[in-house]
Ligand binder design. Structure first.
Ligand code: XIL
Length: 381
């Protein structure tokens, strides 16, 4: 089917929605359409959960998550600094609660990250001999991946191993274990978690040079006879710069390697980016607060709200086109108030990157995403 027709239908959907007065016609939460229902034959719809949300402390969030999502990812509680704070000390409290949560509500759990250079516990950052780093690496993978085998659907085994040019990032693991550490992480994960899907996860790997680096990683893992099941494209994009062509090429190229593709951390920033157009999700890159970098403290102008709705619709149209290759689309958070993009890369801003607003109400983008399926989904097949 011709792209033009699909896009026209999308725009028609967007216009339809922009006539919607979301405030006066806001349906009660129980009567909202459900994303997980709408896309149930296409891919899972996930969200990242904070520690408070895992404990269902906020009832508005709890109701919405159960109604809208069928996949969950821990936003922070499986990161090494939390789950493995000291050499011989593990803290599985929240991770275990998340396992119970996912079981109770029948949601698919993605565990993450197993090996990542950020949010490491202080004892790892201080290690300077290769033997100690190797011991940490092996113990951590065996203990953490082993514990959750059969309880989590998938692991993001290695997170963010690449630089923008596709070379391996200079981390403690590269320095002390050498360039084979990524393959080794998958080998150890496969051993510890034989029943768990194994993914490589990164941001900007839809960009050609970084994507080439990811493909090289995948090929090395496969050539070593080690299992890799999928690639996670994080999807931290800017509303003005969602690289649809590169995303499409990436889905095609990763699929051609026999992999599933997941969109693992989707959000679309609407705020100025201090470094120009291509967003970075490197959590160590921060910038100083300036008022001009925080333009929407009193609400999002309609024009930006509509742009967000249109761009989300285009993205979901692409996801639908490749539904056979996409396992899951996960948003990085439940609502705008929770989003990490309020504090990254500049602390204290007011961002609007998700489908639900600070009051947990659906935004126009929620409806355009749903309209995309209803109107254009028919055309794509
Ligand atoms: C972010 C969390 O959302 C924040 O709460 C935390 O302070 C920093 O990390 N890529 C990843 C995620 O793989 O783990 C990051 O999550 C966002 C970028």
């Amino acid at each position: 089917m011709k792209k033009g027709i699909v896009y026209k239908l999308t725009i028609a959907g967007v216009l339809f929605i922009s006539c919607y007065n979301t405030k006066s016609s806001r349906p009660p939460a129980s009567r909202l359409p459900s994303l997980k229902e709408i896309f149930k034959n296409d891919f899972l719809i996930g969200t990242a959960l904070s520690a408070e949300q895992i404990e269902e402390k906020d009832s508005s969030a709890a109701v919405l998550v159960r109604q809208q999502f069928n996949a969950v990812t821990p936003e922070n509680v499986m990161k090494a600094e939390i789950i493995h704070p000291q050499w011989e000390e593990y803290n599985f409290d929240f991770a275990d609660k998340l396992v119970d949560y996912s079981k109770k509500y029948g949601m698919e759990l993605t565990a993450t990250p197993l090996i990542w250079h950020s949010q490491l516990p202080p004892f790892v950052s201080k290690l300077n001999d290769a033997d100690s780093v190797r011991r940490y690496f092996e113990d951590h993978i065996a203990t953490v991946a082993g514990r959750y085998d059969g309880k989590t659907h998938s692991w993001e085994v290695v997170n963010e191993a690449l630089n923008e040019d596709g070379s391996l990032r200079n981390t403690v693991f590269l320095q002390k274990l050498g360039s084979g550490y990524v393959v080794e992480a998958f080998r150890l994960a496969q051993k510890a978690a034989p029943n768990t899907q194994l993914y490589y996860n990164d941001y900007n790997i839809e960009q050609p040079r970084k994507r080439a680096g990811a493909i090289e990683i995948v090929k090395k893992i496969q050539a070593a006879g080690v299992r890799i099941d999928g690639v996670g494209i994080q999807g931290h994009w800017h509303v003005d710069d969602v690289p649809l062509n590169y995303i499409e090429q990436s889905i095609q190229e990763f699929s051609a390697l026999g992999l599933q593709v997941a969109f693992t951390e989707l959000d679309l920033s609407v705020l100025p980016n201090p470094w120009g157009r291509i967003a970075s999700a490197d959590i160590s890159q921060t910038a100083q607060y300036e008022a001009q970098m925080n333009p929407y403290t009193k609400g999002l102008p309609d024009s930006v709200q509509q742009k967000l709705a249109t761009v989300y619709a285009r993205l979901f149209l692409l996801f639908l086109k490749y539904k056979d290759n996409i396992s899951r689309v996960t948003f990085w958070g439940v609502n705008d108030g929770q989003s990490w993009l309020n504090d990254f890369p500049i602390r204290g801003r007011t961002n609007y990157p998700l489908l639900f607003d600070r009051q947990y109400h659906p935004k126009p983008a929620f409806y355009t995403v749903i309209e995309t399926k209803k109107k254009a989904g028919i055309v794509i097949h």
